[in-house]
Design a protein around this ligand. Structure first.
Ligand code: KIV
Ligand code: ZN
Length: 503
């Protein structure tokens, strides 16, 4: 079996999706999980694009030890220098240099000739190699580039020292048949490295026509060694190839692709959920592999078959990707030791303070809820991981609402031990409570998104509220968990407010 390298770009290309921006702290949290998942490369950002991106790449580089950490840079020395600087703390780092090669991009976007582009490729890749042993070159819009020029450009990058050559289908235009043919042709015609080794040939597919996963798999079949993509397929426009789908296709149809990955499959579901929580975007129920319905059988005839033998209607088992039964795991009398052990079994390592916070939340939840499940614990642990300085904390609230009165809320917050209270009216009880918070904290921002979903099932299920606030060009996501949706809403709002204050 050939070993396929998995290059995750959730923190870079994925983050470019509308509403998916992550702050450095969130990126580090996700990078830790991506490392547990076992991806070969984590592309952490585009350091020259903003101070936040630089800080995020640097922080991820400091944290991650097993996966290679990559940073994106245009084919210019300034970008490459900044990216190398951000990657300095990494144990294993990669500079990812890119420039477009299609005539459309060269003439309309970059306003340069093919010759100029070739010069920039040779110069930038050679320069990157002086700063980092591991250099990847990407030809943006490769699939709409003139074939011969594409080959010339890629060979210029190999000759200058690039060890990985990436073929992006930037606008999701190619078909699986064309992709297979292109990759087989490149495999035959690409130069070898100076030491005689073959370069790693990679693909990076976008999903504009819904073919990103199929195109990535066709490339693997034709000889590609690396697949780039994102968790849950998030990314620009219609997104990138969903890595969990590529990985499970390679695993489930191993004999067909004759290829395997180094991924720890049991971490897939957790990674998908963590990302969804961080960016505040729900996973569509019918999403392959990780959607809520992916392993649900509605038709009686299917249920009957699955009960007799799951293989009748399941080509993969939910346990393979880390979905476990929603059984009772801990209760009100479970001690810290049992809680810590369960957290570790679920694959999380929390530093002291975050563990303390998570345990306190667990005790509070166990007091209110009859059964505390693994899903509850994951939600608690997730929330503890995003801990930020709590400038304002919720002390108490009262909401009053109905069809014949206008909604009012009284909210009391704590700041440095001082109690601060405000009353407000609003368009519904949650709006009223948010307005009361606004008049206490007096920070200007806009609420751009509010969503609520239940983390677990049953009458005493925990609700998770995610809010998005915008201040200027920046937006932050806040989360709140509670069995009471008002409380969850206020906690989420305060979490976002505290993030704005901490920025
Ligand atoms: O889609 C694309 O072309 C890219 C490159 C920068 C790799 O994301
Ligand atoms: Zn891309």
């Amino acid at each position: 079996m050939r070993r396929i390298h998995i290059f995750d770009t959730t923190l870079r290309d994925g983050e470019q999706a509308p509403g998916c921006t992550m702050n450095p702290r969130e990126k580090v949290e996700l990078a830790r999980q991506l490392e547990r998942l076992g991806v070969d490369v984590i592309e952490a950002g585009f350091p020259v694009s903003s101070p936040d991106d630089f800080a995020a790449v640097q922080e991820v580089a400091r944290t991650v030890t097993r996966s290679t950490v990559a940073a994106l840079c245009r084919a210019v020395r300034g970008d490459i220098e900044v990216a190398a600087q951000a990657l300095k703390p990494a144990q294993k780092s990669r500079l990812h240099v890119f420039i477009a090669t299609s005539d459309l991009h060269l003439s309309e976007k970059l306003c340069i000739t093919r010759e100029k582009a070739l010069g920039m490729i040779s110069d930038s890749v050679a320069y990157a190699c002086t700063l980092c042993d591991d250099v990847e070159f990407s030809a943006e819009d490769a699939t709409r580039s003139d074939r011969d020029f594409l080959l010339t450009a890629l060979n210029a990058a190999v000759d200058a020292g690039a060890g990985t050559i990436n073929v992006p289908d930037t606008v999701g235009y190619i078909t699986p048949e064309e992709m297979g043919e292109l990759i087989a042709w490149l495999k035959q015609n690409l130069h070898r490295k100076r030491n005689g080794e073959e370069v790693v040939l990679s693909v990076h597919c976008h999903n504009d026509l819904g073919m990103a996963v199929a195109n990535s798999l066709a490339a693997v079949r034709a000889g590609a060694d690396q697949v780039e993509g994102t968790i849950n397929g998030i990314g620009e426009r219609a997104g990138n190839a969903a890595l969990e789908e590529v990985i499970m296709a390679l695993d489930t149809r191993g004999q067909c692709y004759r290829a395997e990955t180094g991924i720890h499959l049991r971490q897939i579901y957790r990674t998908s959920r963590l990302l969804s929580t961080i960016v505040g975007q729900k996973i569509p129920p019918n999403k392959p592999v990780v959607g809520r319905n992916a392993f649900n059988h509605e038709a009686g005839i299917h249920q009957h078959g699955v009960l007799k033998n799951p293989l009748t209607y399941e080509i993969m088992s939910p346990q393979t990707i880390g979905i476990y039964d929603n059984d009772l795991v801990l209760g009100k009398h479970s001690g810290k030791h049992a809680f810590t052990q369960r957290v570790e079994e679920l694959g999380y390592t929390l530093p002291g303070e975050a563990l303390e916070k998570a345990f306190t939340r667990f005790l509070a939840l166990a007091d209110r809820k009859k059964t505390v499940t693994n899903k509850d614990i994951e939600a608690i642990v997730g929330a503890a991981g995003y801990a930020i300085p709590e400038t304002y904390r919720l002390h108490s609230f009262v909401v009053n609402s109905g069809t014949v009165i206008s909604a009012t809320a009284v909210v009391k917050l704590l700041r440095d031990g001082e109690e601060m209270e405000q009353v407000a009216r609003g368009d519904g009880p949650i709006d009223a409570a948010f307005k009361a918070i606004d008049s206490i904290v007096q920070v200007g921002f806009q609420l751009v998104n509010y969503s609520i979903h239940s983390v677990t099932e049953g009458e005493d299920a925990q609700g998770e509220v995610v809010v998005k606030l915008r201040r200027g060009k920046r937006s932050v996501t806040g989360r709140g968990l509670s069995t009471d949706i008002f409380e969850a809403s206020l906690k989420a709002y305060l979490n976002a407010v505290n993030k704005i204050i901490a920025q």
